[in-house]
Write a protein that binds this ligand. Structure first.
Ligand code: HEC
Ligand code: HEC
Length: 383
């Protein structure tokens, strides 16, 4: 898994370097300014070619042959460079060095290097994540709760309750913490800090509760089973397996599998248009509470208390208060009588849709009902 990722990262960076190189060449060799005119010159955007034809920019293309240039950039990283990047610690112990430290040593290191951000006993706060909320075995059950109403307890997602593997914690601390001085902790310090955080989460290793004196080493570390270890993938085999799950995952089109072959370019409609949804019934989340609201539109503007006369003065009077604008003038009984010959419904409709010099709804965004009430006001005021 890791090896594969590394290769991907590598080829991505080589690609970026190549793309930059192309941009540089094109700017000098092909004439960057020309490419801006609407002819068949390639245009440049972020170092990527968008060949233009018939005045239109074509799809994404990095075609060194067509552009008549040699792309020769980047290099294979050295074994030592790869080694320097290769710092991950995997659940099976790959990458985890020997070393040890007690939870009480960890507590001291924590108080000098971590507490300023993560709070006393890993309580978190002020935007910094909590490292514990208490007994992880009990709190793990909260992962099945929905925040069904305001103020209700939601799922507690901290290291102890949520993370499937302790190796992530060790690696994370070694690689990324303390936030402002990463890479400064020794391996023993990381063991000690890990022991302390396990203690805060009241984790047992091989049946033994991690307490202040617990001396965590590599061997003990590899025996850690976190409460939520199996919480990320459904059980698909064995007697307790959820029915139908294996068949579901065996067919990638069920979850939006890519339609095209990896070798083909795909700019649109790459995914199956509809993805089948499957709901795990046996053993999944029970007592599912649907979200409180799914509607995303804004609440309807209340028409109650809408002041038609005021709205007329603000939105319509500019055109409707004098004859000179060509609009039926408010107060002109004869004029309105002739307008009304087509019937009230048509008058409403013309006003809502707009007609001749009359902008739709007078250029406002009021509701139909509100607009009609303003028209009513205008008609009544003209009688
Ligand atoms: C300057 C502030 C700061 C200090 C000091 C600091 N951290 Fe952090 N820590 C953070 C921030 C910010 C994050 C969240 C990073 C993110 O989510 O991208 C974090 C995340 C973490 C996490 C992951 C928590 C989670 O649930 O996602 C762990 C574990 C952690 N820190 C451990 C430590 C340890 C151990 C120390 C002391 C050696 C330490 N941190 C010192 C700021 C700090
Ligand atoms: C920019 C000027 C302008 C504004 C602002 C304006 N109107 Fe008009 N309105 C007109 C004109 C011009 C006509 C005449 C159109 C015609 O004769 O075809 C008209 C016609 C109408 C008519 C008659 C439609 C018909 O069937 O002949 C109604 C009703 C109306 N306006 C309502 C309103 C209301 C209500 C507002 C304010 C919310 C408003 N107007 C704002 C210019 C305006």
């Amino acid at each position: 898994m890791f090896k594969l990722d590394r290769k991907l990262i590598l080829s991505a960076s080589v690609f970026t370097a190549a793309a930059l190189f192309v941009a540089g060449c094109a700017a000098g060799g092909l004439g960057f300014s020309k490419s801006n005119s609407m002819n068949a010159q390639p245009s440049i955007d972020g170092g990527v070619f968008y060949p233009a034809a018939n005045g239109k920019t074509g799809p994404y293309l990095l075609d060194s042959k067509a552009a008549g240039m040699k792309i020769n950039n980047g290099r294979i990283p050295t074994a030592n460079e790869l080694k320097a990047w290769d710092t991950d610690v995997m659940p099976d112990g790959t990458g985890l060095p020997e070393g040890h430290g007690t939870a009480s040593d960890g507590s001291d290191i924590y108080d000098s290097k971590c507490v300023s951000c993560h709070g006393d006993f890993g309580s978190g706060g002020g935007g910094y994540p909590s490292l514990s909320k208490g007994n992880a075995y009990t709190l793990k059950d909260s992962l099945l709760s929905q925040r069904s109403e305001e103020g209700a307890d939601g799922p507690v997602r901290v290291f102890g309750t949520y993370w499937p593997q302790a190796s992530t914690l060790w690696w994370y601390i070694k690689d990324a913490m303390p936030h402002q001085a990463t890479g400064t902790l020794t391996e023993d310090e990381v063991y000690a800090l890990t022991a302390y955080i396990l203690k805060l989460n009241e984790i047992k290793i091989d049946g033994v509760l991690v307490d202040d004196d617990y001396d965590l080493d590599r061997e003990k570390f590899l025996k850690i089973v976190l409460p939520n270890r199996d919480g990320f993938e459904p059980k698909i085999d064995g007697p307790k397996a959820l029915p139908g799950v294996r068949a579901y995952y065996a067919n990638p089109t069920n979850f939006g599998g890519i339609k095209v072959k990896p070798s083909e370019r795909c700019m649109k409609n790459c995914q199956a248009p509809t993805v089948k949804k499957v709901y795990v019934t046996n053993g999944g989340i029970k007592d599912f509470v649907p979200p409180m609201a799914t509607a995303k539109d804004l609440p309807k503007v209340e028409s109650k208390g809408f002041d038609a006369e005021k709205s007329y003065a603000e939105n319509c009077a500019a055109c409707h208060a004098t004859k000179s604008m060509g609009a039926p003038m408010v107060g002109d009984a004869k004029g309105w009588a002739s307008t009304m010959k087509k019937g009230l419904a048509a008058v409403y409709k013309n006003g809502i849709d707009g007609i001749n010099g009359m902008p739709a709804k007078g250029g406002t965004s009021m509701s139909d009902a509100e607009f009609k009430s303003v028209v009513d006001y205008m008609i009544n005021a003209s009688k």
